[in-house]
Ligand binder design. Sequence first.
Ligand code: HEC
Length: 130
Amino acid sequence: MHKRKMGPLSGLLVLLAAQSALAADCAPEQVQKGEALFGSDCSVCHSAKQGGPAMMGPNLHGLYGRKSGSLAGFSYSQAMKAKAVEWQLDSLEQFIAQPQSFVAGTYMPYAGMADADGRRAVGCFLGAQK
Ligand code: HEC
């Protein structure tokens, strides 16, 4: 049997592939488009800035990786806390497509964003708020 060892070069290639997969998910233009959409659709109720205020909705800075309904000091619906989903691009997109069907009973009074590209763009914008 002939085994191939993974040399340093193939390790680097794996790393590059992983990074370009991330980059492919969110092009700079998507982040830009997402910023505009966030401004028109979300920012009346949400800040995405670090240390930004809770408004009608919770601060969305550093959203990815945190559990729904988990920001200390914000008064969430029971539904949002019970959902206990980890926010990621994917779950965020599902939520803003139809908030009431993803989290039945949520307090978020937003009807939903029909355009999938728009949802991805908003998700990209939120992911870029580092
Ligand atoms: C009219 C106000 C309003 C608008 C507009 C709005 N939201 Fe919300 N949002 C809320 C409220 C209120 C909650 C808390 C919901 C709950 O507890 O059920 C919330 C919760 C969330 C959460 C869950 C956060 C957490 O900490 O678990 C996310 C993510 C979110 N909103 C994203 C968005 C995005 C993205 C948009 C724009 C596409 C948007 N929201 C538009 C009011 C709003």
